[in-house]
Ligand binder design. Sequence first.
Ligand code: NAP
Ligand code: 8YV
Length: 322
Amino acid sequence: MAKPQILMPAPLAPDVVAALDERFTLHRLWEQDDRDAFLAEVGPAIVGMAATTLAGRINAAWLDRLPALEIIASFGVGYDNVDAKAAAAQGVIVTNTPGVLDDEVADLAVGLLLATLRRIPQADAFVRAGQWPAGAFPLSPTLRGRRIGIIGLGAIGKAIARRLEAFGVAIAYHGRSRQEGVAYRYHDTPVALAKASDVVIAIVPGNSGTRHLIDAAVLEALGREGVLINVARGSVVDEAALVAALQDGIIGGAGLDVFEDEPHVLEALIAMPNVVLLPHIGSASVATRAAMGRLVVDNLVAWFDGRPALTPVPETAALNRR
Ligand code: NAP
Ligand code: 8YV
């Protein structure tokens, strides 16, 4: 029997490519000189896709070129790189990679928080620049006594909160609704949470409902000593308002793993001494990226073995029947 034909628009890790090569006929779009001509030729036979954020957004225009498509297996728990509603409308299942990266991203979020408050990267640069013999590194702000507000108390938000409990800090949260059985204090708006917090950590999905959820008003409410940590998506924070708030002393600092125009970071942010900048590495350990890659493969294998996909996104869950 002919193997199902899978399209990979942009490269995933070599072990993912190898696993898909073994089980499917894999088309590597990024290797094609004339991608339009290639898609016109193989598009009608494609039944599955292995997607990453590197491929740009998989939208209705993509779906039109792949009329036999059944499933898009996306690499990452956030799936803002795929128009899941358009996929659902065309009967295409979308899967993501939840569950296998929660602890890794939560570790990074806590590390970024400490790095931002205690100025760890700046202290490292100070030693390397040979400045220590000339005098001590300036004293930093502290995590002690801080109230932490988490925007998005989902799987990763809860993993962050569990870690922060061990640091002895007060924790509160905001989401669209209060969660049953959660002991942390709930605030029904981001502004109310920011007012009651000294640090705000964003860990919501990026979508039209969360775009610029953290705006000038939230930053104003966070206050002069306040710190923003964004490990969610760049679109969640109004970056222009953030730059203004940092420049004008409206908040005290920020730790950012994600940006509005990745991989481009505003020069204004790069120039600021009270900001720690990371290149979207929340899940980026060898082990966790491998687990995410395996889940991409496992979703495709399950579906083409005639079983339901393992981790469909909510928008397409109703289609996941075999
Ligand atoms: P999740 O379990 O689905 O949790 C998402 C949380 O966000 C839920 O608690 C949800 O609560 C809340 N939320 C959703 N829409 C909201 C809105 N409009 N306003 C306020 N809260 C809202 O997702 P997760 O696995 O924790 O991942 C969260 C996101 O983190 C991903 O989608 C991705 O964008 C980002 N992420 C980043 C990295 C990185 O490398 N930096 C790595 C992994 C994930 P309610 O439903 O109660 O509102
Ligand atoms: C990935 C992420 O780096 O899972 C997510 O939502 O942001 C990260 O784990 C990213 O999706 C890979 O492209």
